[in-house]
Design a protein around this ligand. Structure first.
Ligand SMILES: [Zn+2]
Length: 294
């Protein structure tokens, strides 16, 4: 099969198998988070759904027509020519495939760090963080620009990981499902969450990443596996969920966060990290805390 036909087949697989699976997972999280609320909501859910679905519809086109084909193309280049890091090791598939899968996830950790540290990228990622509440619909609130700018990086990561093209699509389903899960406002039983968090990113862990306190936002970048934050010492677990104020301090007015304004937001001047009254949100660090607080 030539590259273009293989790409088409894999994109159809994502569309007609992956998307229904992800849609069902999203509906489950949506129903569950309404029954077991983790953090109190500030804004009308109907308004947020309208905004987030609008932003997601535009980004979804970028995912379908640019990002996914780009990642698969990066993987094809490496896999069929035996290029990239993993291919050089000459490992059997049973080892090479899981390592490629882990590297794809590690690539996304690094990309997320860049989104926060590079001012140009933050302009776009800011759109995601300005949501005043956090739930499963936030998982779709990504500006088209972020999707497009992420394409060369993620295609390069797939190439470096020597990922088989089918594996990138398989990973993408896990990536999207993990994103829906850790953004959800679902209050899991505390003990269950502590156990899960040893392996994957959970709602309490990612909730801290959406705090208005900058040190807390600048932590917990992992997407699927939580080990990357522990490895890089960017994990922050010392914040009780009831005390988290979600959002970006300089963008607190829902009137400024409508669909149209969010689409233009990356092209406006980035405001400093402070509340409208000029105060900078602060919370002392608790270095004694080693696991997520309830
Ligand atoms: Zn972020």
């Amino acid at each position: 099969m030539n590259h273009s036909a293989e790409r088409k087949k894999l994109i159809s697989l994502f569309q007609f198998v992956g998307m229904p699976v992800l849609g069902s997972a999203a509906v489950c999280f949506f129903v569950l988070e309404a029954r077991r609320e983790l953090r109190k909501r500030k804004q009308s859910q109907a308004d947020r759904i309208k905004t987030n679905v609008g932003v997601a519809a535009v980004a979804g086109a970028g995912l379908r027509w640019v990002l996914l084909p780009g990642i698969i193309a990066g993987a094809q280049l490496a896999h069929h020519r035996k290029q990239g890091l993993v291919a050089r090791l000459g490992l059997p598939k049973v080892l090479a495939y899981p390592i490629s899968f882990l590297l794809l996830d590690y690539g996304n950790y690094l990309w997320h760090v860049l989104l926060h540290r590079w001012p140009l990228l933050w302009r776009f990622h800011n759109v995601h963080h300005t949501d005043l509440d956090l739930d499963v619909t936030t998982a779709w609130r990504f500006h088209l620009g972020e999707v497009l700018l992420g394409t060369p990086f993620r295609a390069g990561a797939a190439w470096l990981a020597s990922a088989p093209p089918g594996l990138t699509v398989f990973y993408e389903v896990f990536y999207e499902a993990a994103t829906a899960f850790h953004h959800s406002n679902l209050k899991l039983p505390y003990g269950t969450e502590l156990l899960l968090n040893k392996i994957v990113v959970t709602p309490r862990m990612h909730g801290i990443h959406h705090s208005v306190v900058q040190r807390e936002t600048d932590s917990n970048y992992s997407i699927l596996f939580s080990c990357w934050d522990r490895l890089h010492r960017t994990a922050r677990l010392d914040v009780p969920q009831s005390t988290i104020n979600i959002g970006v301090p300089a963008y607190r007015d829902p009137e400024e966060l409508t669909f149209r304004k969010l689409m233009k937001l990356p092209f406006t001047e980035t405001r400093p990290w402070q509340l409208p009254d000029g105060k900078v949100p602060y919370r002392p660090e608790r270095k004694d805390v080693r696991q997520l607080l309830p």
